[in-house]
Design a binder for this molecule. Structure first.
Ligand SMILES: *Cc1c(COP(=O)(O)O)cnc(C)c1O
Ligand SMILES: [Zn+2]
Length: 410
């Protein structure tokens, strides 16, 4: 059984029962899952984790679900790759990429939806729903298919084709809204008040968010049970960023790893950087912006967890880093050319941000750094297709050699 003690308001600390609710009645603050860590400490160990399933569910003692009920498409247990080529290119000697682009629906969202879908079923819902910037739609639709649940997924109509088709293929009801993500989200909040649906990132959000902690657990385990010196993490709502930090602290307080002195760096694109703007103005008040970026998966102008992302930066002595719009495609190309990993635009933001952090001396050459790559490049081909092209030739040797001389150096 999950060892959840309660939901607790992150703002005023009031306690709530474990129900499909996400906001405090008194102060409207977001609710968070808390655990009975004494009970968890008695059952968890490195050895037990290592004997667990090869998926994120190996950490089920620290997740708010009963593992027997899991809606499983095998999310997690993704590679942590040492990246010397990319390291050389950006000036780091101890760089790792957490490649979460190889999840079942090709983004880290499978981690959060595994928890949300399971919890929704435990609460007795028969319908999964979400407001999505793209990747969440794919993951919710896939998990609903697997669980035999109905799915209603809402997206902004102008998403990349890879994400629209990548969600539609699982046969959800896919609703393409003529508006921004922030407008989609507002609409979904209203719909949620009128329909008995499990909106994974609205009424199920406290549970959903916990799935991202496994991104911290896995990296710590893969590094040989220790925390990195730095992480670079992309942010839309800011939730994943705060949960990676929570996961590292949990592992440390349970004695699974030593003291955590990780500096948490959050990356956002120039065209949607409300968290960075607040960080630069030295305030915890995030001012909503109108998103206009090619990194559509990060296009949340009014980030729900913005203030907690800023507190995570403060607590961890990290920072916020920008990727200029013009740098995003180059970041995607650099990672692909140096390490053979094809990421989507959010990953381009991370690589551009990583480079800036090193250039500005915020990460030192020898410090152990993990950059989180959270989505797959085949979903955002539009961002790079003009920057790459094949050598065209007729199918004979003479034409081949002519084509090679025309433009290619061997
Ligand atoms: C959703 C998403 C994010 C950001 O997640 P938040 O928890 O909302 O900050 C980052 N990368 C990718 C690829 C995503 O789909
Ligand atoms: Zn409250």
């Amino acid at each position: 059984m999950p060892r959840i003690s309660a939901l607790i308001c992150r703002s005023c600390g009031r306690k709530y029962p474990v129900e499909p609710i996400n906001a405090c009645d008194y102060c409207f603050g977001p609710l968070e899952v808390t655990y009975d860590y004494n009970a968890i400490a008695k059952v968890i160990s490195r050895e037990k984790i290592q004997k667990g399933p090869y998926s994120m569910l190996r950490y089920h003692d620290l997740l708010p679900i009963d593992v027997e009920n899991a809606v499983e498409i095998n999310a997690g247990f993704t590679p942590l790759m040492r990246c010397n080529n990319l390291g050389k290119a950006v000036g780091l000697e101890n760089l790792y990429i957490k490649n979460d682009s190889v999840n079942p629906t090709f983004s880290f969202k499978d981690r959060v939806v595994t928890i949300a879908a399971t919890k929704a079923r435990e609460f007795g819902f028969d319908t999964l729903a979400c407001a999505s910037t793209g990747n969440l739609a794919c993951s919710v639709a896939a998990h609903a298919a697997r669980a035999g649940m109905k799915a209603f997924v809402f997206i902004p109509a102008d998403l990349e084709r890879g994400k629209v088709v990548g969600a539609a293929i699982y046969n959800p009801t896919l609703i393409a809204v003529d508006g921004s993500y922030d407008e989609v989200n507002r609409l979904c909040s209203e719909i949620g008040d009128n329909y008995p649906w499990a909106f994974v990132n609205i009424n199920i959000r406290p549970f959903y968010a916990e799935g991202s902690k496994t991104l911290a657990y896995e990296v710590a385990e893969q590094l040989g049970w220790k925390a990195p010196d730095h992480t670079v993490v992309p942010a839309a709502s800011g939730s994943m960023f705060t949960k990676i930090w929570k996961g590292l602290k949990e592992f440390s307080s349970l004695g699974l790893i030593g003291k955590v002195s990780t500096r948490m760096h959050v990356a956002q694109p120039e065209g949607c950087s409300p968290i960075i703007e607040a960080y630069d103005s030295k305030t915890l008040q995030v001012k909503p912006v109108k998103a206009n970026t090619i990194a559509k998966s990060l296009a949340i102008g009014n980030p729900t967890d913005g203030i907690y992302a800023l507190k995570t930066i403060q607590e961890s002595k990290g920072s916020a880093v920008i990727a200029m719009e013009a740098e995003i495609a180059n970041g995607i190309k650099l990672l692909a050319e140096t390490e053979g990993i094809f990421t989507e635009t959010a990953g381009g933001v991370v690589i551009a941000g990583l480079k800036r952090l090193v250039d500005e001396g915020r990460i030192k050459r020898d410090e152990l750094t993990v950059a989180y790559i959270t989505g797959n490049g085949l979903k955002t081909i539009e961002a790079v297709e003009d920057a790459v092209k094949p050598v065209f030739t007729k199918p004979n040797l003479e034409a081949f050699e002519k084509a090679m001389h025309a433009g290619v150096t061997l």
